[in-house]
Design a protein around this ligand. Structure first.
Ligand code: HEM
Ligand code: CU
Length: 488
């Protein structure tokens, strides 16, 4: 395998080990839920094709609600978990907050499963107000309660998680560094890598979107508990789509951040911060909020200039977000000695799929087209393209990269342990090993061997300076070479 740009466990301390374990749990959650939710998609296609006509129609809506909220949630958390992991080479995201987010995600998922599969709640991901409260007995009131409970729990958990990433970055970089402005002003002493800039922009976006979700929940709570007049349906619809628009777009930026960080490990060329990257991602932060107006085209009650801003921003944002990333990725691989193993292939295909889905999105954000395409399958078609062929591939590529890096490192560590134990045995005897490499008292050797087997004594320090020079390097590749050299 190509040398890693940032070996994931460069500091083999307890933090790195726990971070690895936690990331694997997040990834496992995603890899288990994804095929189940995909199967639900297949169920919907089967029902649409006219099979199983006896199925009551509300099942389609319930399944679609679970599928839509579930898929978007799964890729959001998988993306943020993978991003936290690569960020932990530079900053220290809190493990406690991530664990809390994991527990809250599990609870939210259970509530969603119960609301849709038991309660048959079929409001769609956008739970268009006041539809959840007018089920005409298709679903019980508790299912609506479970939906809002799930949204509240997930919203709070993810807000804390994203806020903690910002905290971790702020602990090392100043705002001007995290946004790359210091780079533009010519200061190159503290250089935040692109993944830090992208993570910063993304987590600000996540928080903005989640604040909108919190406002929705508060308005609904005031209405239900306080018994006040119904909330303005258009306001709630706008907030809901702001939340959805931000969450989906930011999930793609998580994927792109992973590509920036991991792709150079395979092309052998760095993807360093530069003026283009800084200007692009600062522009993205500004534009992504305005591009949201493309969700307002049907709401003729609102001013016309909102729609115009929506179309113009949607067109413009494709330049900094997509075009810059796509061309940079092309430059990165062009004439490089890239070995197209699975991880870089998935990352690369993800960027290209994002471009294809993105063109679909731009077409849909054209007002005159949207008048015709709204409420047709064009809409799910374009976002399935940029999700399934885009960010899903990017995240899967990143996960594959991290998993191979971790397993080869683990294999190398176990080889190093075996070697260390053999060396200690040699050094504790009376023979040539002891004479050549330095003598170790037998009980000290036995103690170290036990510790190495149990995993709480590092193999490297216990073997002595002469052997250490061969074994220790900090880089797993070298240690494995030395193991092989000594074994032959
Ligand atoms: C893997 C195979 C997948 C299949 C077969 C599939 C299929 C479907 C189908 C048939 C619909 C209903 C469309 C309609 O009639 O309006 C749908 C909706 C949706 N899907 Fe997928 N999908 C898949 C993957 C994904 C992924 C990866 C995501 C996002 C990460 C996703 C997110 C959504 C969303 C948000 C909706 C709209 C739900 C709503 O309107 O409430 N799907 N999908
Ligand atoms: Cu949008």
């Amino acid at each position: 395998m190509t040398a890693l740009a940032n070996p994931p466990t460069a500091t083999p301390d307890a933090y790195a080990r726990q971070m690895t374990r936690l990331t694997l749990v997040w990834v496992a959650v995603g890899l288990v839920l994804f095929p189940i939710l995909a199967l639900l998609g297949l169920v919907m296609r089967t029902l649409q094709a006219g099979y199983f006509r006896a199925t009551p129609p509300e099942w389609f809506d319930a399944v679609m609600t679970l599928h839509g909220l579930g898929m978007v949630g799964v890729w959001f958390v998988a993306g943020l978990a993978a991003l936290s992991f690569v960020l932990s080479a530079y900053v220290r995201p809190s493990l406690t907050v991530s664990k809390l987010a994991l527990a809250m995600t599990a609870l939210g998922v259970i509530l969603l499963l119960v609301a849709t599969l038991v309660g048959r709640l079929g409001v769609g991901w956008y739970f268009l107000h006041p539809l959840p409260f007018h089920s005409t007995d298709t679903w019980p009131a508790w299912a609506t309660g479970a939906l809002f409970g799930a949204l509240a729990i997930l919203g709070v958990g993810w807000t804390l998680w994203a806020a903690d990433i910002l905290r971790a970055i702020a602990a090392r970089y100043r705002l001007s560094e995290a946004l790359g402005w210091s780079y533009l002003s010519g200061r190159t002493d503290v250089e935040a890598p692109p993944v830090v800039v992208i993570a910063w922009v993304s987590c600000i976006g996540v928080l903005a979107g989640l604040v909108a979700a919190v406002v929705i929940l508060l308005l609904v709570a005031i209405e239900v508990i306080g018994g006040t007049a119904p909330s303005d349906a258009l306001l709630i619809k706008n907030l809901t789509f702001y939340f959805g628009h931000m969450l989906v777009n930011i999930t793609m930026y998580f994927g792109v951040g992973l590509v920036y960080e991991i792709m150079p490990a395979y092309t052998g060329r760095p993807w360093k911060i530069n003026a283009l990257v800084v200007i692009s991602w600062n522009t993205v932060l500004a534009l992504v909020m305005f591009a949201y107006f493309h969700h307002l085209y049907m709401d003729f009650a609102q001013p016309r200039w909102l729609q115009v801003v929506g179309q113009v921003s949607s067109y413009l944002i494709s330049v900094p977000a997509a075009v810059v990333t796509i061309f940079s990725a092309l430059v990165l691989v062009y004439h490089s000695q890239e070995r197209w193993s699975l991880a870089p292939t998935l990352l690369y295909l993800g960027v290209m799929g994002w471009a294809i889905g993105g063109v679909g999105a731009m077409i849909d954000s054209t007002i005159t087209v949207n008048q015709q395409f709204h409420n047709t399958l064009w809409v799910p078609a374009h976002f399935h393209t940029y999700y399934l062929m885009g960010v899903v591939l990017m995240i899967l590529g990143a996960v594959y990269h991290l998993a191979t890096a971790l397993t080869s490192e683990r294999r190398e560590l176990s080889a190093a342990r075996r070697l260390a134990v053999a060396v200690l045995r040699l050094r504790s005897g009376d023979g040539a090993g002891s004479a050549l490499l330095g003598h170790v008292p037998p009980d000290r050797a036995r103690h170290d061997c036990d510790g190495i087997h149990a995993g709480h004594v590092q193999p490297w320090p216990s073997v002595g300076p002469a052997c250490r020079r061969v074994m220790v390097s900090g880089r797993p590749e070298v240690s494995v070479h030395s193991v092989r050299a000594l074994a032959s």
